[in-house]
Design a binder for this molecule. Structure first.
Ligand code: F6R
Length: 617
């Protein structure tokens, strides 16, 4: 949800900001803008509806000379994507420029107040209200300096924000603040970078400060970084962290899209997620986050998993895993529903939040609610030090590496890996998973990266060919049973979000309770039918589909006979225990969605209307 980049130093600010925005475009990409400060302290603002490439087409007088500037790539909340609504926004006096990620919920009340005081607005955004509120605080008291005015303004607003602000009368000074949206400050030699994540500055410095919730900072080459609390201006000692991110991780590495690269990274990302945790030779799973709190899990009345989207699908598979192997009751909830439905939560509950980004606003709010009610909260996040990771009592990182394609792939299978480890660990500990079964399951889990590699090698070309036949499809059904029902939901989500083809996932047996009415010779049906997992029942479901002339694309185990004989297209995957089949089966479904989208000419990494981190409700 919107990307922010800022810079002050000795390099060309234009280049730093534009290149940084390109790296943050996964966060939002309906408009882009930049403001540069000239050597005689005047702003040049360029902004446009569209992508960073469209912004680059507008010529900049200050390219090559400005040493300070900031930019923004937008995912529209208030007001349609348009030149006017793009950031940066300027205050009425033209002296203050602001870029913002998040939502100011009380912007309307403030706008009315400012309008009554004579302020006018060019855009429909909440951001323009905030920049004028800063001006207002400086107007009403000439003793109020720029950082103080920003602080006053932030104390008046509620909602979520990460902001960066410049003032023409304060040359070389960047003021930043955050609440609910991330912001990192990169510390270079005689230069500072600001960004929504560290990717824009990773090649320039390995040192960064992740601004904490409710903090702001005033940054200048002269005075360094001065961090304060927004509510009472208390000084905070900066905590400088060393970045683990490498440039290679955030580049496409020869792949056409990040999504394809990330699909192919899965053998490694699953392996990395298990590394140091799954010790097959010693017959143990080491997970400090679980082990240090194992009694909380063991004595839990129930585990509630909260998440959104793909992470919610991982949660559904987590329910199957934990209930089967640890015999602890699990409920899975959409974070957005959980937070508003007055759920019953006690201090005997364990709440697991799953979030790739660790930023999702609904998941964050649901977690806070669970925490207030005394539940033990556990996080499964991919982004290290993200907001969700920080507020949980304990957690496990997925170590999938940066996921840049908007459609989640490797983060999903890494989430499944962590949930599998948790289920096995808890089951072993509470005696529901006997030693022999535990040993054989962990050996199988250890071999999953190899199986994924095999799937990638054997299905890649085949799936490309299948995809060609469905470029003009308008609907798809995805069916699976047991562990593969959530895998079917995930397959359908992948297809719809990147190809814009309508797709529904269903438990295969539910088909006859409604969706069967949709089936005719034009309806493609992807059915996940591994040997282990209600195979006979799936065979009957395929028969029911074929009796109505539906086109079946079956994901089956190698050597399968019955389903393969009936299916129109067959994708073979290696056989596994049922609990591992969603990890393996998801890979060809990701490839199918990817190639259908590519053949339809869609922008796979930046699908319309979506953004990677959903930091608004
Ligand atoms: C789909 C997708 C989204 C996210 C959802 C939650 O491919 O990526 O559905 O899974 O927005 O995001 P996180 O996991 O970051 O909380």
């Amino acid at each position: 949800m919107c990307g922010i980049v800022g810079y002050t130093g000795f390099q060309d600010a234009y280049d730093i900001v534009i290149n940084g925005l390109r790296r943050l475009e996964y966060r939002g990409y309906d408009s882009a803008g930049i403001v540069l400060e000239s050597t005689n302290n005047k702003f040049e603002v360029e902004k446009t509806k569209g992508k960073v490439d469209d912004l680059v087409n507008i010529s900049s007088q200050l390219k090559g000379t400005a040493k300070i500037g900031m930019g923004h790539t937008r995912w529209a909340t208030h007001g349609v994507p348009s030149d006017r609504n793009s950031h940066p926004h300027l205050s009425n006096n033209g002296k203050i420029a602001l870029v913002h990620n998040g939502i100011i919920e009380n912007y309307d009340t403030i706008k009315t107040m400012l309008t009554e005081k004579g302020f006018t607005f060019k855009s429909e955004t909440d951001t323009e209200v905030l920049v004028n509120l800063i001006q207002y605080f400086m107007d009403i008291n000439s003793d109020t300096d720029f950082p103080t005015a920003v602080r006053y303004a932030l104390n008046e607003v509620y909602g979520a924000y990460a902001i960066t602000v410049l003032h023409e009368d304060y040359p070389g000074v960047l003021v930043v603040g955050r609440l609910g949206s991330p912001l990192a400050i990169g510390i270079g030699e005689k230069e500072y970078f600001i960004a929504s994540d560290a990717s824009p500055f990773v090649e320039f410095t390995k040192e960064a400060i992740y601004l904490e919730e409710g903090h702001m900072a005033t940054i200048s080459l002269e005075k360094g970084v001065d961090i304060r609390t927004i509510n009472d201006n208390s000084k905070i000692e900066p905590e400088i962290q060393e970045l683990k991110l490498s440039l290679e991780q955030i580049e496409k590495g020869g792949y056409e899209h990040f999504m394809l690269k990330e699909i192919f990274e899965q053998p490694k990302s699953i392996h990395d997620t298990m590394r140091g945790r799954l010790l097959v030779d010693e017959g143990v799973i080491k997970m400090a986050g679980i082990w240090d709190h194992v009694e909380r899990f063991k004595n839990a009345n129930r585990i509630i998993i909260i998440a959104c989207g793909t992470s919610w699908h991982a949660g559904l598979i987590g329910e199957y895993l934990i209930e089967e192997y640890a015999r602890i009751p699990v409920e899975v909830e959409y974070a957005s529903e959980f937070r508003y439905r007055n759920p019953i939560i006690t201090d005997k509950d364990v709440v697991i939040a799953i979030s790739q980004s660790g930023e999702t606003a609904d998941t964050m709010a649901a977690l806070k609610l669970a925490k207030e009610k005394g539940a033990f909260i556990y996080g499964i996040c991919n982004v290290v030090d993200s907001s969700i990771a920080r507020i949980t009592d304990a957690g496990s990182y997925t170590h999938a590496g940066p996921e840049i394609g908007v459609a989640s792939t490797k983060a999903f299978t890494a989430q499944l890996t962590i949930l599998t480890l948790i289920a096995f660990k808890l089951g072993k500990h509470n005696g529901n998973l006997g030693n022999a079964d535990f040993m054989s399951l962990i050996a199988e889990l250890d071999a999953i990266p190899k199986k994924i590699e095999e799937v990638l090698n054997t299905t890649h070309e085949l799936v490309q060919n299948i995809a060609k036949d469905f470029v003009n499809a308008t609907n798809f059904l995805y069916l699976g049973r047991g562990y593969n029902y959530p895998a079917a939901l995930e397959g359908a989500l992948k297809l719809k979000e990147i190809s814009y083809i309508h797709a529904e996932g269903y438990p295969a047996a539910e088909m006859k309770h409604g969706p069967i009415a949709l089936i005719d010779e034009n309806m493609p049906i992807v059915i996940i039918a591994p040997k282990k997992g209600h195979y006979d029942k799936i065979v009957s479901n395929v028969q029911e589909i074929k009796a109505r002339k539906g086109k079946v694309i079956a994901v089956v185990n190698k050597g399968d006979q019955q389903v393969s004989a009936m299916a129109d297209y067959v994708i073979e995957i290696p056989e596994t225990s049922e609990c591992f089949s969603p990890i393996v089966a998801s890979v060809p479904l990701q490839l199918l969605a990817y190639y259908i989208a590519v053949y339809r000419g869609a922008n796979v990494d930046q699908p319309r209307n979506l953004a990677k981190s959903v930091t608004v409700e």
